[in-house]
Every structure is written in C-alpha cells, then in structure tokens.
Design a protein around this ligand. Structure first.
Ligand code: CA2
Length: 147
C-alpha cells in the first residue's frame, strides 16, 4: 500500500476558528477525516501533519523523499500556508527529493492580495490547486491516486 503525505503549514491549525468567509467552517481535524476517507477509498495509507515551523515541513518532505526512492510514495499534498510565498527552502526540498507534489490552497490566492500571487513552490510542483475550499484536499488525493 502506497502512502500519501498531506502536509499543512503555519496557522492552518486555526482552521474553522476564524476567517470562515475565506477558509470555511471546517477544522483541521475535519480536513484530516476527509483525507482519511479519500485515502481509504483508494487503498492508500495517509500521513497527515501540520506544523507552524518550516523545518518540520522540510523534515516531512525529506521523509516523503525517502519513501519515493523506495517506491512507496503515492504523492504529497502540500498546503504550505504563508511559507508558499516566502520559502526557497521548501522549493529546494521539493526539487531535491523529486517527489510528486500537489501545491494546494483552500482559497483562490489569485483573487486575494498581490503578495499571495507568487509561489516559490509552484516551480517544483507537479500540479497546483486553489480555490476549491476544504473539499480540494479530497480532490487532490483523488488526483494522486491516478498517478
Ligand atoms: O488558501 C490557503 O490555503 C492558504 O495557503 C492559507 C494561508 C495563506 O497564507 C495562503 O496565502 C493561502 C493561511 C493559512 C491560515 O489559515 C487560517 C485559518 C483560519 C484562521 C486564520 C488563519
């Protein structure tokens, strides 16, 4: 059984508590449940994580890279939060590991402030999704299952 990593960056632990107009009412625990259901449908194993620390996200990407090298990774879904717009380190990690990765955003970042229009990650991502809300996580896993 192959593994999907779903990684969430800074402040996504606050989902469902503030800014419902932008991010909806569902919590991160709801997102994890949605991902678990999607993985179960596809016979995939789920690793679901959130951290407010860039280094923790890097460590999980490196771990996914080791699974990829062993032929045991289905793919990675990464919502890097605000690190999307700042982190060359995440770009380097994705490039360096060669992992198949979907960059995901709950909101449509292109309809928001201009500083959210640029992503360091997109250049190394296999696909980019934004604006589907929380259901986007399940759509991303559906896509990974077809790779
Ligand atoms: O739309 C997305 O998923 C984002 O990755 C979310 C990030 C933002 O910096 C990106 O530009 C787009 C922010 C995550 C913060 O999430 C919160 C959720 C509820 C309340 C406060 C923050």
């Amino acid at each position: 059984m192959k593994t999907v990593f779903v990684l969430n960056g800074p402040n996504l632990n606050l989902l469902g508590t503030r800014e419902p107009a932008v991010y909806g009412h569902q919590t991160l625990a709801d997102v994890e449940q949605l991902c678990a259901q999607a993985c179960a449908r596809h016979g995939l194993s789920l690793r679901f994580h959130q951290s407010n620390h860039e280094g923790a996200l890097l460590d999980w990407i490196h771990e996914a890279g080791r699974l990829h090298a062993a032929g045991e990774l289905a793919g990675v879904v990464l919502n890097a939060g605000a690190y999307t717009h700042t982190s060359v380190a995440l770009l380097d990690a994705i490039k360096g590991t060669g992992i198949p990765l979907i960059e995901l955003h709950i909101s449509n970042v292109h309809a928001r402030e201009s500083f959210r229009h640029h992503s360091y990650i997109s250049a190394a991502a296999k696909a980019v999704m934004c604006g589907f809300g929380v259901p986007g996580y399940a759509l991303a896993i559906d896509a990974v299952a077809q790779w």
